[in-house]
Ligand binder design. Structure first.
Ligand code: ADP
Length: 490
């Protein structure tokens, strides 16, 4: 690991800091603001409107009005798609500025923002733009002299609550299917990283989205977020975040029986058999955990290696982890930036301490980098057993646990021995083992000889306490529709 901690002064313009309601920028009705902080310097970037229940109420009314009475529901589906293509083009025309804004607010390396998050976000909006005019039901043969068919109708007003790890990409994942389906939106970005979502709202306004179709209320979870969850004019909540928050949302949405889709945490097993290409497997384990400072819900945080190859694998992994360049997220060669905020930083450091005190062997990293900014060394633990907290809890940081196995059946049991079920990977040249593992691991995504391959067309989501429903692909779109059955006597 090498570090450059002084951050260059990025050329970033911040123009949107208010609530975006019914096509207008307005301060929070309370007049309150909160700071968004640069995690590389711990300095305030700017003050943001602190929306609460009153602002959510105004946004929900605007979204409801746009859904029931505005141009949006009457608009030809192809025109809806064209607006979405325009938004994607507009984002692409500002790709460098948006990447800088994302890096400033979140701390992720500029190369990741520019070459991963932004292109995936643009691709997602284009993918769903193409779906806008291809949403349809089916005709169903039923008994008697009847014509029976289904219609796929928009679910209504979608409340969308997103986390801070991929702020702009999560905005695209949420807006894409909702807009294609013809829904209107009240979005609450994460309090740590509101800037790119607010900027996208302005770009949507500029390309011609009608007032009220997209509304954004920055603010905190228990106030603005909870107000979305409870609001009677909001039909659905799409949430990405922690499973504990999802439990609160489930309870808070009971009175209005909202439709819910959740994409939650994980403790994903990444399994390496002795016959695997060890260079590729080490690279896959490295990327699968350290990408985005380890702040990925699908991070491969439990690496199971067949015992006979443990030393060879570990040697390759350590070489990669120890060379990882940690530092100024605006430097072109930086591979790892700071964690998003002090809470996350403290939580990760406490897990590193727990790993050490519970008897695991910290073979790489384990320390803070510098004394300003929330930088942590890429950290690898060996001699980890299944009961240690670093093997059971989602750490959401650059901390990788290496476990070993000798028996395939036992390994599959251990891989599934978690209440999470978001992702899994297997590295082997044996196709029977690969498909057997893919079928038996209880996870929503399985990668074979790869990791973190995402595509807007491929559904993503969790088994067990990693979520309800799927995002992306056709399944992600359907989650923004209701099915209506129409039966006609002939
Ligand atoms: P994290 O710990 O990664 O920040 P959270 O689940 O706490 O994950 O946050 C994800 C998103 O959920 C954020 O936008 C946050 O403000 C929001 N949130 C937090 N608590 C609540 C809540 N009680 N109701 C609705 N949204 C919430």
């Amino acid at each position: 690991m090498s570090a450059t901690l002084s951050t260059g002064t990025p050329d970033v313009q911040i123009t949107e800091t208010d609530c975006f309601i019914d096509g207008k920028w307005v301060p929070a009705s309370s007049g309150k603001t909160f700071a968004t902080v640069n995690p590389a310097t711990e300095e305030e970037i700017t003050q943001i409107a602190e929306g609460d229940a009153d602002d959510v109420d105004a946004a929900a009314k605007a979204a409801r009005h746009a859904f029931e009475n505005g141009e949006w529901p009457k608009m030809d589906a192809r025109d809806r798609g064209r607006l979405m293509y325009k938004l994607a083009d507009r984002i692409e025309s500002e790709i460098d500025a948006l990447a800088r804004l994302e890096t400033l607010d979140n701390g992720k390396p500029i190369g990741d923002s520019r070459n991963v998050d932004l292109p995936l976000a643009i691709d997602c909006i284009r993918y769903y733009a193409g779906y806008a005019d291809k949403i349809h039901g089916s005709t169903i043969p039923i008994r008697g002299n009847h014509l029976c068919y289904t219609r796929r109708e928009p679910i209504g007003v979608a409340g969308q609550i997103i986390p801070w790890n991929f702020p702009l990409l999560m905005t695209a994942w949420k807006w894409g299917p909702a807009l294609a389906a013809g829904c209107t939106i009240v979005m609450k970005p994460a309090e740590q990283t509101p800037l790119t979502c607010l900027r996208l709202a302005q770009l949507a306004k500029e390309v011609g989205f009608p007032d009220g179709v997209i509304n954004v209320i920055p603010g905190f979870g228990p106030t603005a977020g909870a107000a979305c969850v409870k609001h009677p004019l909001i039909d659905k909540i799409a949430f990405t975040g922690e499973h504990r928050t999802a439990q609160i949302i489930t309870r808070d949405s009971a009175d209005t029986l909202k439709r819910l889709t959740f994409e939650l945490g994980g403790k994903s097993p990444n399994v390496i058999f002795a016959d695997a290409d060890m260079d590729a497997a080490a690279q896959g384990a490295y990327v699968g955990l350290f990408l985005n400072q380890g702040q990925c819900c699908c991070a491969g945080s439990r690496v199971f290696v067949e015992s006979s190859k443990h030393d060879e694998f570990l040697d390759k992994l350590q070489k990669l982890a120890s060379k990882r360049k940690v530092g100024d997220p605006f430097a072109a060669d930086t591979e790892q930036g700071p964690q998003v905020d002090k809470d996350q930083f403290d939580k990760i450091m406490s897990y590193i301490d727990k790993g050490k005190s519970e008897g695991a062997n910290c073979v790489t990293g384990g320390n803070r980098v510098g004394d300003k900014g929330y930088f942590i060394e890429p950290t690898v633990f060996t001699d980890v057993n299944d009961e240690m907290s670093i093997a059971t809890d989602e750490i959401f940081g650059p901390v990788l646990s290496v476990l070993t196995f000798d028996d395939k059946e036992d390994m599959i049991r251990r891989a599934n021995n978690t209440f999470y079920g978001l992702a899994a990977a297997v590295w082997t040249r044996d196709i029977s083992i690969a498909h057997d593992f893919a079928a038996r691991v209880r996870a929503g995504t399985v990668w074979v000889n790869c990791y973190d391959v995402f595509d807007a067309a491929a559904p993503f989501g969790g088994f067990k306490m990693s979520g309800y429903g799927r995002e992306l692909g056709e399944e992600g779109l359907k989650a923004y529709t209701e099915s209506k059955t129409v039966t006609v006597a002939l």
